[in-house]
Design a protein around this ligand. Structure first.
Ligand SMILES: Cc1cc2nc3c(=O)[nH]c(=O)nc-3n(C[C@H](O)[C@H](O)[C@H](O)COP(=O)(O)OP(=O)(O)OC[C@H]3O[C@@H](n4cnc5c(N)ncnc54)[C@H](O)[C@@H]3O)c2cc1C
Length: 488
């Protein structure tokens, strides 16, 4: 027998044996997919990689009393069965880690089985403390709907990946966003998990906490003794079955600001200002993103005709047409109306002394709504440019207010010749988009930032890849860049 066929047969045999054991132990409460069905469901990814998938186990939500305990036990049974046959599990929450592997395992040396927790969707909110406890299947939109149904003025830790992505999966990947709790794992206050031997993990505080809702455990991140929750992030060292997260309160006023710089060399002069804003107004100013013109254009222009942002001539033309600056800094102010007003005044004062910023815009959701009302009175053909810009502004402002949407996702389709008809329910992996994120940390100094920008542009252009640069200032002293390497 050919060795590949032999390998496939072995995997099929193992799948049958494990499935039998799992179905017995869980009384049929887990959905098992064979290799073909699993590959069909999870195989699409944005990185053009293929992995050997032996099958998939989908843990179903149990609605009976103590359903959550049964689900935990079922996960333990799957781990026990996988251990018995020495097969590795790849755990996913929503499996949409686009550009970082999607649902695929990193290791290709042997067949993996996907453990899918996307059906586990319990949410419990302690509104007074602003702490939510949730399971891995809860998506950004699920949480938004839940908070809205309780009229809770709390923000979802949204990301550019959009409404269908898991809150737990993103936090375990140590993802970040642009709401006040930008560092998503920093906001995680406790993790419950199943370990590799099938036993259950929670912090030492949890066992001492006699409150009904585990309030002490859920409000004190560091637990007792060595901090262990962190080992479950970016690791696959355990299966997180739930976590609690501190949500940011939606303040009286959220006002977005945009600082526009015309020249390439303005980057070095605007960066110290950005650092100052983050340092001096911590708690009011959320994280600030600095985007180059290509990155802005890739989000604003619909690339219907195979445009390339590698060509400087095209970039210059589009910059003119879409009124895009060489560098744009995007941030938000959060607080009471009086605090936001005072900080805005201070920022404007600082802007007067900074020649790098040619133009600035401060705008709130209410002002956008008023502008929209005005523009809606006009015929469709009039002011199409401002209409488009306003729509983009509205979506970006929603993200900053913790309301998920898909405004960032079309970026993944820039090089995809088959654009989806509607820009809704987007799934870059299933739609065959080519995307790999290059996400380095950069020393927060002007000379290192310049070195980085020059390096990215030189290398990307050499390989005909558009250098679309964002610098995310998580804190005044820490920059994480995200460069999407798009291909078709
Ligand atoms: C256009 C675009 C914009 C994006 N913007 C952002 C952004 O702003 N911020 C950001 O952070 N990301 C962003 N992403 C990247 C990515 O899509 C998101 O981070 C997404 O939320 C991750 O996928 P997921 O939530 O489905 O997690 P999953 O794919 O479910 O999980 C991610 C990984 O975490 C581990 N894991 C998941 N669940 C568990 C569990 N229960 N127990 C143990 N380990 C587990 C696994 O290793 C898994 O591979 C963006 C992607 C695109 C295409």
């Amino acid at each position: 027998m050919h060795s590949d066929n032999k390998g496939n047969k072995q995997t099929t045999d193992i799948f049958s044996l494990i499935t039998k054991q799992i179905q017995q132990l869980t009384k049929g409460q887990v959905t098992c997919l064979d290799a073909k069905k699993a590959l069909n469901r999870y195989g699409a990814n944005t990185m053009a990689i293929s992995r050997s998938i032996g099958g998939a186990f989908i843990v179903r939500q149990i609605s009976a009393d103590h359903g959550q305990a049964v689900e935990m036990a079922n996960i333990g049974h799957i781990v026990t069965a996988a251990n018995a046959y020495g097969t590795p599990l790849q755990v996913i929450s929503s499996g949409q880690n686009w550009g970082y592997g999607t649902a695929m395992p990193t290791d290709d040396s042997r067949a993996h089985f996907i453990l899918d927790l996307s059906e586990l969707k319990r949410i419990e909110l302690n509104e007074q403390l602003g702490i939510v406890w949730l399971q891995p299947g809860v998506t950004q939109q699920n949480l938004r709907d839940y908070l809205d149904s309780c009229n809770a003025a709390l923000m979802v830790p949204v990301t550019g990946a959009g409404p269908s992505c898991s809150i737990v999966g993103n936090a375990l990947e140590r993802g970040y966003g642009i709401t006040p709790h930008a560092d998503h794992f920093a906001a995680v206050t406790s993790i419950q998990a199943v370990l590799a031997d099938g036993s259950h993990y929670s912090s030492a505080i949890a066992s001492l906490d006699l409150t009904k809702q585990n309030i002490v455990d859920m409000s004190y991140k560091w637990g007792l003794g060595p901090y262990l929750d962190g080992i479950f992030t970016q690791s696959n060292l355990g299966i997180a079955t739930s976590m609690s997260i501190r949500l940011a309160h939606e303040p009286e006023l959220v006002e977005s600001f945009y600082l526009f710089c015309a020249e390439e060399s303005d980057l070095e002069r605007v960066f110290p200002l950005v650092q100052q804003l983050l340092r001096d107004f911590a708690g009011v100013v959320g994280s600030i993103n600095i985007l180059d013109s290509r990155r802005m254009l890739s989000m604003m222009v619909t690339n219907a005709n195979g445009l390339s942002l590698c060509s400087q001539t095209d970039v210059d033309r589009l910059k003119q047409e879409y009124k895009v600056s060489q560098w744009t800094c995007i941030g938000s102010l959060y607080g009471s109306a009086r605090v936001v007003k005072a900080v805005k005044k201070e920022i404007k004062r600082k802007l007067k002394g900074n020649t790098a910023v040619k133009r600035s815009l401060f705008i709130s959701a209410r002002e956008i709504a008023i502008a929209n009302q005005f523009i809606d009175l006009l015929p469709d053909r009039v002011l199409t440019g401002p209409r488009r810009q306003l729509a983009a502004l509205e979506k970006t402002t929603q993200i900053m207010r913790g309301i998920p949407n898909e405004v960032a996702l079309p970026l993944a389709y820039w090089r995809n010749p088959d654009k989806p008809k509607q820009l809704q329910m987007l799934n870059p992996a299933k739609d065959n988009c080519g995307l790999l994120w290059y996400a380095p940390l950069i020393p927060a100094t002007e000379d290192k930032i310049r070195e980085f920008v020059d390096m990215v542009r030189t290398i990307c252009l050499k390989f005909d890849i558009e250098p679309l640069i964002t610098l995310t200032t998580i804190k005044h002293d820490c920059i994480d860049s995200t460069v999407p390497l798009l291909f078709n």
